[in-house]
Design a protein around this ligand. Sequence first.
Ligand code: SF4
Length: 375
Amino acid sequence: MIPISLYIHIPWCTKKCPFCDFNSYTIKTKIEEKKYIDLLIQDLKQELPLIKNRKIHSIFIGGGTPSLFTINNLKKLIKKIKTILLINYKIEITIESYPSEKEKKKILQYQKIGINRISLGIQTFNNKYIKKLNRNYLEKDIIQLLNTFKNKKKIYNFNIDIMHSLPDQSIQEAILDLKKAISFQPTHISWYELTIEPNTPFYYKKLNILSEKNKLKIIRQGNKILKKNGYIQYEISSYCKKKYQCKHNVNYWNFGDYIGIGCGAHGKITDKINNSIIRTIKHKHIRDYINDNFLQKKYVLDTKEIILEFFMNKLRLKRPLLKKDLYNFTGINKKFIQKNISKCIQKGYLTEDNKYWKITKKGELFLNSLLEIFC
Ligand code: SF4
């Protein structure tokens, strides 16, 4: 059985960051948390025929800034979900959180309501760049927040998001951010390059972007430091202490299934009976989400889309790709893609043996060109 997770989208933020293309809106009036939770539950109930009695392995409450919701309302949400879905007893429940004064008071309470993983969107410790990214805190606030985890006997399972290659950032500044994150010994670090997404304020601004050579220097130095400090790189930008991979994200990259509820959430469900993969997309805007009964689009992926998505996800993971997974996860026989695979091997992007396909260093560097072969 293909593993299945639940993604919950809460789209509000206190401010919009200029690099962000997520489905998020600045709060204008008080969020009607209870009303939104009721909508999420109705949305989830509508998904039930698709998922039948499958057990959920992970829940990810993302956004936006879901930690803006009160502990009581988050508790109600989780409680209700547990009455509707079958839940694996070792479930991972993550919430995305934003460093703030309010968060400091709440951060240790998550554990009590069943949330066992916290993902902190820190991005940078440097006040100069915090300002450029239009974030609402200072370095001292982050330090205070992270210190809440320190001196506790319990190990808190938490991730720190750090971006590098910010406009004008020097190599030293990027590495210092990473070192500061490591000093708090999070179980997981997502360390990734800033990408300038179309239709964001950064896209229309003249920015001093780092050269490819300097970006590569940052990545090489950072990877060495992470390794030296016991962090295992298991995906392009994900690093963790042993046994602390993010189960939820690994399920995406493994081409597992997921239900997506909330504004703009996407879902992917395998229908083994009809041998098809269904994609669901919820309305992005709260008004349409309410007025049009949540769902914006639901369709069956065609073979080309399935193959492309399968490789796009699986090749992100730093491990060989089991050939029989192609059939197990998609119902497609490997003979069907043999020509494309041969082309990848000929170009030096992949190698193969009886059991596995393995991405080469060249393949990692030219991942887009590799994937184009499957388009
Ligand atoms: S806090 Fe996160 S979701 Fe909200 S605007 Fe910033 S990056 Fe986007």
